[in-house]
Design a protein around this ligand. Structure first.
Ligand code: AKB
Length: 323
């Protein structure tokens, strides 16, 4: 019996991960947690209020719920981090440290999401290697570099089975994006369907690594299921699916919504995007534990428009989705 705790379970990745974990392991085996009260009353008995910076609260849940694995998704993303740097450091670094300490004490297996934000202006922008310059320009990136070092340290010093991915921008439909720089590539879909127009906060030529949420969930589960001997990197694996620019995304959406138009009004997030790589080399993940993405840009757009159309009310004035 594998009892699982998901921190930050109501976030962009967490909501889909919890659904999949419950399908695999059973509803009773997965305990959701977050700082806020649960979104749905139905989940109440499997939802725990947890501030990951509170070591005691975390320990109590692990003991009471007999947790064996933690998917530690609680975190403050890049754009929010620039607005609340102290909170970003506290949650992302001290929260992770609490998780790793608990993992050491209770012999837990841990997943930690790192990010392309560990890279910075001096990192090669194209085919960014696994091992390269890491000079992040954001507090979020600094917390992720620190987090990776902590993971490596706890794995090698204390034998903690912690596994991690440097996630690119995640495109998803279940939950709205929550304070990241790659949020434009998510928000654009709902805006296209509901309003036929979107104001994008990065320039059209801004190209970033991205991944559709089903690929991201599969990557996390495959990594966690892999033979420990095949996990050669305990800091964090480069991982990616596709890279596209904001303009290329717009063009792809216009193939289905021809009247959709996008305006560009770059803000402070442009500088963050500019400091990140455009294309990542994830050959180590592919070689070590068999990573392979399934969704390219056109498949992402088709599925996103279909899934979101089912979720949001598309008014009669707005252009219809072509099949
Ligand atoms: C963000 O934009 O902050 C995140 C990330 C790439 O880590 N989506």
């Amino acid at each position: 019996m594998n009892r699982i705790l998901v921190t930050g379970s109501q976030g962009q990745l967490g909501s889909d991960l919890v659904t999949t974990l419950r399908q695999i392991y059973g509803v009773e085996q997965v305990v959701e947690s977050g700082r806020s009260p649960p979104h749905s009353e139905n989940n109440f008995y499997l939802y725990k209020t947890l501030d990951v910076t509170n070591h005691q609260q975390l320990q109590t849940i692990i003991e009471q719920e007999q947790i064996q694995t933690i998917y530690h998704l609680a975190g403050v993303l890049s754009a929010k981090g620039e607005q609340y740097p102290d909170r970003c450091w506290d949650v992302n670094v001290n929260g992770l440290r609490n998780i790793l300490e608990a993992a050491k004490t209770y012999q837990l297996k841990v997943f930690f999401p790192s990010s392309i934000a560990v890279f910075g202006p001096h990192t090669p922008k194209l085919d960014t290697p696994q091992i390269t310059v890491e000079d992040p320009a954001t507090i979020y990136g600094i917390t992720k570099v620190t987090g990776e070092l902590l993971c490596h340290y706890y794995a090698h010093r204390f034998g903690v089975d912690v596994r991690s991915l440097r996630l690119p921008g995640i495109i998803s439909y279940s939950t709205p994006p929550g304070g990241g720089t790659t949020d434009f590539a998510v928000a654009i879909f709902a805006a296209a369907l509901q309003h036929g127009t979107y104001t994008c906060f990065v320039r059209p030529e801004t190209r970033l690594p991205m991944m559709y949420v089903p690929d991201a969930i599969r990557a996390i589960l495959d990594l966690m299921a892999a033979d420990p001997n095949s996990i050669k990197i305990r800091s964090s694996y480069n991982i990616t699916a596709v890279s596209f620019s904001a303009a290329e995304l717009v063009t792809e959406i216009q193939k289905h919504l021809p009247h959709f138009n996008c305006h560009y009004a770059p803000d402070f997030r442009q500088a963050i995007a500019d400091s990140w790589p455009a294309v990542i080399d994830d050959s180590r993940a592919r070689a070590d534990w068999g990573w392979k993405h399934q969704y390219d840009l056109s498949a992402i757009v088709v599925d996103m428009l279909e899934k979101l159309s089912q979720r949001i009310e598309v008014t009669s004035q707005k252009p219809a989705v072509r099949s």
